[in-house]
Design a protein. Structure first.
Length: 180
């Protein structure tokens, strides 16, 4: 199904392209959010990545790699944005909960807010590269080889960055375990 949508999108079918984007929206948003740490910035990054993907879809050589190709565009856009900002905004209290965790609007928007704030604050102490690896692995639920492909780095580098990022994040998260 995805292959047919990519072929249609390559020939200018905007509806097919929109369906491709819908399929990756939540995972891509979560991965980008881990890097930029602001729902507003994440929405802008995803929008910019979508426009870029539409403009360059003819350059996608393997129709079966659409999702990885699109996530790579989005994460690189997020890394660019994170690099342009010496100090990232903190997440605002009115952030849409459904976007931050991929859950629809039927949930109470404040459910889990404290947990998300702890995670986002802990992520703030990491480099953009570390946040990207964590965002793709856990936010987008990608396996490590797919994380490496999305970032355009060797598998060994992805593994070592993930290990390092988890090691740096664990003590920060552990400080909050006693708060409960």
């Amino acid at each position: 199904m995805e292959r047919e949508l990519v072929v249609a999108a390559r020939s200018g079918d905007e509806a097919a392209f929109a369906r491709l984007l819908e399929r990756e929206a939540a995972r891509t948003f979560r991965a980008v959010l881990a890097v930029v740490r602001s729902p507003e910035d994440a929405e802008e990054v995803v929008q910019d990545a979508s426009v870029s993907a539409w403009r360059h879809i003819s350059g996608l050589r393997d129709e079966d790699r659409w999702a990885a190709w699109y996530r790579r565009i989005a994460v690189h856009e997020a890394l660019d944005r994170a690099g342009r900002r010496p100090r990232l905004r903190e997440i605002s209290i009115d952030a849409p909960a459904g976007l931050a965790d991929g859950v629809g609007a039927t949930r109470d928007p404040t459910d889990g807010w404290d947990d998300r704030m702890v995670v986002l604050q802990a992520l703030g102490g990491l480099s953009a590269d570390d946040r990207a690896v964590l965002g793709l692995r856990f936010g987008a639920d990608l396996e490590v080889p797919d994380v490496a492909a999305a970032l355009g780095i060797p598998l060994g580098t992805a593994k070592s960055r993930l290990h390092r990022a988890i090691g740096r994040l664990a003590p920060e998260m552990g400080e909050h375990d006693g708060d409960r």
